[in-house]
Design a protein around this ligand. Structure first.
Ligand SMILES: Cc1cc2nc3c(=O)[nH]c(=O)nc-3n(C[C@H](O)[C@H](O)[C@H](O)COP(=O)(O)O)c2cc1C
Length: 204
C-alpha cells in the first residue's frame, strides 16, 4: 500500500502542509508505505493547450511533470493538500491539475486507462481557508472530482478547515490534526466501502 502526499502550498510548514504530513503519519500507522512531496520542489509549467495529448495521451512538455505523474500513477492512495486561494485551489495545485489534460485525453478521447488494470485507487483532499465562507470549498470539490475521474481514482474523503490563516495556526486547532491522522489512517485501509460521495469532514 503506497500513499503519496502532495503538499501544494507555496508555504513550507503552512497549515495544509502540516495537515498532509499528519495524514501521512496516520497512513503509516496503518502500515502503509508513505511518501511526502512538496509540489514547489518540482519544476512544472502550465498546460499550453497544444492538444498533442489528444493523439497520444502523453504530455509533450519536458519538465518535472513526468516524474511526478509516475509517482501519482504508482500510488495506491493520494492525498492532495491545498490552501484556499480565491475560493479555489492554489495556482501550484491548479498547474498540476491542468497538466492532467493528458490523462483526460487518454481516458475520454483515446478510451484507454493510464493505470492499466489496477483497481482500488483512492484519494483524499485537504484544504484550509482563512475565512468562514459557506461556499469556500465548493470549487475545490468540483475541480478535484474531475481530476480524480481523469486519473481513475476514487474520491474518498475531504478534510476542510475554515478560519485558519497564519502559518502554523492549524496546530492550535482543537481537532484538525487528529482528524488528519484519522482520515489518513482510514484512507490506507484496504476495505472498500461503496459510497456515492466522499466522506466530508469540515471543521470551523
Ligand atoms: C493569494 C491568496 C488568496 C487567498 N484566498 C482565500 C480565499 O478565497 N478564502 C479564504 O478563506 N482564504 C484565502 N486565503 C487565505 C489562506 O487560505 C489561508 O491563509 C490558509 O491558511 C493558507 O494555507 P497554507 O498555510 O496551507 O498555505 C488566501 C491567501 C492567499 C495568499
Amino acid at each position: 500500500m503506497k500513499v503519496l502526499g502532495i503538499s501544494t502550498s507555496p508555504r513550507r510548514n503552512g497549515n495544509s502542509d502540516l495537515l498532509v504530513r499528519r495524514a501521512l503519519g496516520g497512513a503509516e500507522s496503518a502500515d502503509a508505505q508513505v511518501e511526502y512531496i512538496r509540489l514547489s520542489d518540482f519544476k512544472i509549467g502550465p498546460c499550453i493547450e497544444c492538444n498533442s495529448c489528444f493523439e497520444t495521451g502523453v504530455c509533450v512538455i519536458k519538465d518535472d511533470y513526468q516524474i511526478l505523474l509516475q509517482k501519482i500513477l504508482d500510488a495506491d492512495r493520494l492525498i492532495l493538500a491545498t490552501p484556499v486561494f480565491f475560493m479555489s485551489v492554489c495556482a501550484q495545485a491548479k498547474t498540476l491539475i491542468d497538466r492532467g489534460q493528458c490523462l483526460w485525453a487518454a481516458k475520454y478521447i483515446l478510451k484507454k486507462s493510464p493505470v492499466g488494470e489496477r483497481e482500488d485507487r483512492r484519494a483524499m483532499v485537504i484544504a484550509v481557508g482563512g475565512s468562514k465562507s459557506k461556499k469556500q470549498f465548493d470549487c475545490i470539490r468540483l475541480i478535484m472530482k474531475i481530476y480524480f475521474d481523469s486519473l481513475g481514482v476514487r474520491y474518498e474523503s475531504n478534510l476542510f478547515v475554515n478560519r485558519i490563516d497564519e502559518a502554523g495556526d492549524i496546530e492550535e486547532h482543537a481537532t484538525a490534526m487528529e482528524q488528519a491522522f484519522k482520515l489518513g489512517s482510514a484512507l490506507a485501509l484496504r476495505q472498500c466501502i461503496e459510497r456515492d460521495r466522499p466522506v466530508d469532514v469540515e471543521l470551523f
